[in-house]
Write a protein that binds this ligand. Structure first.
Ligand SMILES: C[S@@+](CC[C@H](N)C(=O)[O-])C[C@H]1O[C@@H](n2cnc3c(N)ncnc32)[C@H](O)[C@@H]1O
Length: 282
């Protein structure tokens, strides 16, 4: 894979993010996932869609987290909520898991958040839990060896890990879903597994250092032609979705969710009155 400097030069004229400034200062972005914008989005929606409701479900809820990264999103969410249960986080990347363990100890949260440095898919017995949560790898790429951080690969369309997580039959699954990772196929898969979307949020996200890699950009442009990816030159959308099984007469918002997530990148240019030269790139 190309160097960090190469990726920064691909920055299409946008101001460098805080993370990109760290990269130019010599941080090794290949060692662990670092994307503050995305992690903060995950933390915010986790708090609103999961943590604010889960205590009604059980006084000591159990949550399984796929891909904890450095643990910061969940730690900040626990600190902001009255969470009294336990979260088992599975993280395949040793550097990330070590950072997460250090932060958990620093914040005195070892009774509430436990990190397992292993692949979630290698757990011998599926652990019981009230919720499975994840900001999963969703970079579309046919060869993960071409990515700076191979563990962020979501398969050829970017939705393979998410589909896999929806096949474990958890009652509640919270996922971050990218508009460029074939969201239509993913939601169809979820419906076929018996899930409904009971709540969601949508946020716009600038392309970051991982999604700007050449191999990802080439793939998502091809997917856009095929109607599988939705984005503009400026941004894509991330949907935080709460999938629920066996809801008694609960409303299914999957159509609304998809309508929002696929709404970007295909509309007419805006032409504000009095200035027909201005327009948004499709
Ligand atoms: C998009 S990052 C999210 C990290 C963190 N949750 C956050 O939002 O900041 C996805 C994480 O999943 C981890 N991961 C990938 N495959 C995994 C697997 N099979 N088991 C556990 N973790 C995995 C990656 O190493 C990475 O840290």
């Amino acid at each position: 894979m190309s160097t960090a400097t190469h990726i920064i030069h691909k920055n299409r004229g946008q101001a460098p993010t805080a993370f990109e400034r760290d990269v130019t200062r010599g941080q090794d972005f290949c060692r662990k996932f670092i994307c503050p914008e995305e992690s903060m989005r995950y933390a915010g929606s986790l708090e609103q869609l999961v943590f604010n409701k889960i205590q009604d479900l059980s006084p000591y809820p159990t949550i399984i987290e796929f891909g904890s990264g450095t643990g910061e999103p969940v730690i900040s969410t626990i600190l902001r909520s009255k969470f009294s249960g336990i979260i088992h986080g599975y993280e395949i990347n040793a550097d990330s898991a070590e950072t997460a363990e250090g932060l958990i100890e620093e914040h005195g949260l070892d009774q509430h958040y436990v990190i397992h440095n292993m692949s979630f898919f290698d757990i011998p017995h599926i652990p019981k839990a009230d919720y499975l949560i994840a900001n999963p790898p969703y970079l579309p790429c046919g060869d993960k060896g071409l990515l700076a951080l191979p563990s962020l690969c979501g398969g050829i369309d970017g939705n393979e890990v998410s589909k896999n997580l929806l096949s474990y039959n958890y009652q509640n699954v919270f996922l971050e879903i990218s508009s460029y990772s074939n969201p239509i196929a993913l939601i169809e898969y979820a419906l076929n597994q018996g899930y409904k979307i009971s709540d969601f949020q949508i946020t716009q996200m600038p392309f970051g250092i991982y999604s700007r890699q050449d191999v990802v950009q080439q793939r998502i442009l091809k997917m856009k032609e095929e109607g599988k990816a939705f984005f503009t030159n400026n941004c894509y959308l991330v949907g935080s979705a709460l999938f629920t099984k066996d809801m008694n007469n609960g409303i299914d918002l999957s159509q609304e969710f998809l309508t929002c997530l696929t709404s970007i990148g295909y509309h007419q240019n805006l032409k504000p009155s009095g200035n027909s030269a201005m327009g948004l790139s499709p």
